[in-house]
Design a protein around this ligand. Sequence first.
Ligand code: 13P
Length: 251
Amino acid sequence: MRRKFVAGNWKMYKTPSEAETLAGDLKSAIGALNGAEMVVCPPYTALDRVNRVIQGSNIRLGAQDLHWEDQGAYTGKISHDMLKDVGVSHVIIGHSEQRTYFHETNETVNKKTVKALSSGLTPIVCVGETLDEREAGRMHDVVQSHVRGGYAGISKADALKTIIAYEPVWAIGTGKTATPEQAQEVHAFIRGLLKEMYDAEVAESLRILYGGSVKPDNAGELFSQPDIDGGLIGGAALKAPDFKAIVEAAS
Ligand code: 13P
């Protein structure tokens, strides 16, 4: 039985002070729940303060990216040690916004995933097609290249420590959710791929999250699909009552 998992991706929202307030609200609302695993991913500048607030609760801390080098002259980047030092346990890798705006490729996703794993961070590896790709009938090819590329050279033991997030780009921030059937179809496809790449154990144990306009009113139906193990939540993660409702839908 895969435990459900709900992560909030705060993207480039919330100053450290605002993040502290939201984290406090979340701690009161959901901090003691222990159904689904819960992670919040604030911007880097808020990680330390959010970490202090969520101490003693069941909410864990995630980052939105990391660099694959340990340290060095990489202006603007952040390393695994820097993240772990402020209490980070999870890291989003390969988000479509990174792929679209910041030159993220399957190769960089792979390097980051390898680094996260070797440093003990849990990678949440994002995959998903654009609307053009879906309409051109290339959805399966794209998702397949994201999964195969992201996991290149990663052992079974390491793969078992990862989480995948399927986020169709056309559903992100658009209010256009994939239907539960559309999402389920791709999740099942990803599980089939994992079986080919590894084996049935990996295919059956990996959590595959859905992301893209998950809201309190559609979360329950999405999370009840057999291959959807929770969500990666954008906009609705910025409102404590909405995130609470989504976590409850997963519990
Ligand atoms: P929205 O929930 O705002 O569509 O964002 C989804 C997302 O990109 C999470 O990583």
